[in-house]
Design a protein around this ligand. Structure first.
Ligand SMILES: Nc1ncnc2c1ncn2[C@@H]1O[C@H](COP(=O)(O)OP(=O)(O)OP(=O)(O)O)[C@@H](O)[C@H]1O
Ligand SMILES: [Zn+2]
Length: 608
């Protein structure tokens, strides 16, 4: 079945393929396609890594997996299925995270090419650094809906994955979410926060109650409410939503009355908010719109029908109970994690988002639409994955033939451009950014913070979340003094001390390295009295806000800034992919917001 037929490829390529060893990172939508292509093209030695197991939702596009494989290791099943096309290939499967210590620089060095088929920035950043350290070419791939891209990353020759600052996640001011939603997404974000408040990991930044600190509510508006219930922070002092819900035994009717009745009436008391807006309408459990209506006829799938408010309330009640039971079945202190593929979790968010949307006169959405927005999902398109995987393997072949200069980035456009192109290749390789704090010969970055307030623990977070390090160690440049150690216990006693207290000051340079990533960067501290947290400052770009969270699959993740010039890619929303600009306008990316905002989701739209 293998296409290793004499005469298909020239002798040089046939030989290069026969002697090659390839690492595929990720066995999802693109990874499965890449593996299939490699095997059918006669690549003899392949390793594949994936940390995940197969989910039912993967089966519509990850064709190496079938129903009977659900729950099994993606890497292992991908290997077994691919071997059925060509049993002579030597495939090694790792059911593991590529970020594990087991895959160090020497591991990466054994491959001729690494091919990324990931869905999150953290892992992409990590593989980028490993390939730079090992000096192995990396073919980076991604899709978002009908768009996609394939990009070569080669130390010293091309841009690395981190050469350009990443666009921030789409975010909204907290007061829009809590007080004045105007779009369905605002209600969906609120509903996800509510899920966390009631059943998930409680996060004070995800408060769902009215925000009396909203600058717009200032003045006389809501004065009575503020004086009677406000705190110094401006928020209403109440029992935590979780504690209150628990006291009511998660009684759906009581929860409903508070969230969709009392809280809305409270918002109405903040009159300033409604001077130029249509005010919300509180709901009562016994008198819900749609109660007496027969469900509307709908020809599509059940998930595509928009529920009435009454139906939403029924689903709200049922999902509250189911989630409460789930929570109760867990050890004390444990919490649920929101997952779009968990029925009750998704039902809860759909119902709450729609009830709130009705209250604020916002269009209601189907469960299907809300799932896509709440999961920050751009639907994965099997054909886009297949095209990108095909292009990636073509690039791999060119690399093996020594034609590296032809391996320019290629963009798959969602529709043909005015030149009639669906695939838009770059004309030349894009040179590295000499100021890149990852791949520059002497990487350097600024860290703006208030040295009098930032603690050593915060600094560690800045290195991990801002610089994407796994296990940072830091010394003071020139003095060799260890400030932060990745060895447990070595510097932990200083965790709560401020940088000033441990002797660091404005302009001080730290050498920060991550042994695991073989990566070292010089970090200059910049005193900023007003900085509440920290942010990275590079020589070439606007300051990057501290990411709040950069998570998992499809999530928080790593889109790149659009590059100048026509037909360049544009950052996607919640995940992490570079998306082709629809109209070739090469517009500059929006500046990252300065104020603290609410992330759309913990799952940034990543190129998958
Ligand atoms: N650190 C990592 N190490 C190894 N594999 C990873 C790592 N991070 C992500 N992956 C894998 O990368 C793959 C990306 O594939 P894809 O984008 O199709 O996502 P998916 O999880 O299969 O689908 P979906 O997110 O739509 O449910 C996933 O199989 C995921 O498990
Ligand atoms: Zn770089």
């Amino acid at each position: 079945m293998v296409a290793r037929v004499a005469g298909v490829f020239d002798e040089k390529l046939t030989e290069a393929i026969a002697n090659s060893k390839i690492l595929v990172v990720g066995a999802g939508g693109i990874g499965c396609e890449i593996l299939k292509n490699l095997v059918l093209t006669g690549f003899p030695q392949i390793e594949i890594i994936d940390l995940d197991t197969i989910d039912v939702s993967n089966l519509n596009r990850q064709f190496l997996f079938h129903k009977e494989h659900v729950g099994k290791s993606k890497a292992q099943v991908a290997k077994d299925s691919a071997l059925s096309f060509n049993p002579t290939v030597n495939i090694i499967a790792h059911h593991d995270s590529v970020i594990s210590n087991d895959y160090g620089v020497s591991y990466f060095k054994q491959f001729n090419i690494v091919m990324n088929a990931l869905d999150n920035r953290v892992a992409r950043n990590h593989v980028n650094r490993m390939c730079l350290a090992a000096n192995v070419p990396l073919i980076e791939t991604g899709t978002a809906g009908y768009a996609g891209q394939v990009e070569l990353i080669k130390k010293g020759l091309t841009q690395c994955y981190e050469c350009q600052p990443k666009a921030p996640q789409k975010s909204f001011p907290g007061c829009t979410i809590r007080n004045t939603p105007s779009e369905p997404i605002h209600c969906i974000v609120w509903a996800k926060h509510l899920f966390n408040q009631l059943f998930g990991e409680e996060d004070p930044d995800q408060d769902v109650s009215p925000d009396t600190a909203d600058p717009e509510a200032a003045g006389d508006a809501g004065a009575s409410a503020l004086s009677s219930e406000g705190t110094a922070a401006g928020n209403i002092e109440r029992k935590s939503t979780r504690a209150w819900a628990s006291d009511t035994n998660y009684d759906p009717e009581k929860l409903f009355s508070k969230l969709f009745g009392d809280d809305i009436r409270y918002l109405l008391s903040m009159e300033n908010l409604w001077k130029k807006r249509r005010p919300p309408t509180p709901l009562t459990w016994d008198n819900l719109p749609g109660k007496d209506n027969a469900p509307t006829q709908h020809s599509g799938l059940p998930d595509q029908r928009v529920w009435t408010v009454h139906e939403c309330a029924q689903v709200f009640a049922a999902s509250c109970k189911a989630l409460q039971t789930d929570l109760k079945s867990r050890p004390d202190g444990d919490h649920l994690v929101w997952d779009k593929d968990e029925k009750s979790a998704m039902d809860f968010v759909t119902a709450c988002a729609n009830i709130r949307a009705h209250i604020f006169n916002i269009q209601l959405k189907s469960r299907f639409e809300i799932k896509s927005m709440a999961g920050n999902i751009i639907p994965a398109i099997a054909t886009a994955n297949a095209i990108v995987a095909g292009l990636a393997v073509i690039r791999a072949q060119a690399l093996l033939k020594g034609e590296i200069e032809t391996c320019t980035s290629v963009y798959l456009r969602p529709k043909v451009n005015h030149r009639g192109q669906l695939f838009v290749p770059e004309k030349t390789l894009t040179a590295p950014n000499p100021k890149c704090y990852v791949c520059a010969p002497k990487p350097e970055v600024g860290l703006a913070c208030n040295i009098k307030q930032l603690t050593l623990k915060d600094l560690n977070t800045a290195f991990k979340e801002g610089l994407n390090m796994q296990a940072p160690d830091a010394t003071v440049e020139g003095k060799g003094l260890v400030v932060l150690s990745s060895e447990p216990g070595e510097t932990d006693h200083n965790n709560e001390k401020t940088l000033e207290e441990i002797g660091l000051n404005d302009g001080c340079a730290l050498l920060v390295d991550d042994f695991l990533q073989n990566y070292e960067v010089r970090v200059r501290l910049q005193q900023e009295d007003d900085e509440k947290s920290w942010r990275l400052v590079t020589d070439t770009d606007t300051p990057m806000p501290a990411p709040k969270e950069d998570k998992t699959a499809n999530g928080s993740n790593g889109a790149k800034e659009p590059k100048p010039g026509p037909s360049r890619s544009k950052e996607d929303s919640d995940s992490d992919m570079e998306i082709i600009d629809e109209d070739d306008d090469g517009e500059p990316a929006p500046k990252p917001p300065k104020r603290r905002r609410t992330e759309i989701s913990d799952e940034v739209v990543e190129l998958c």
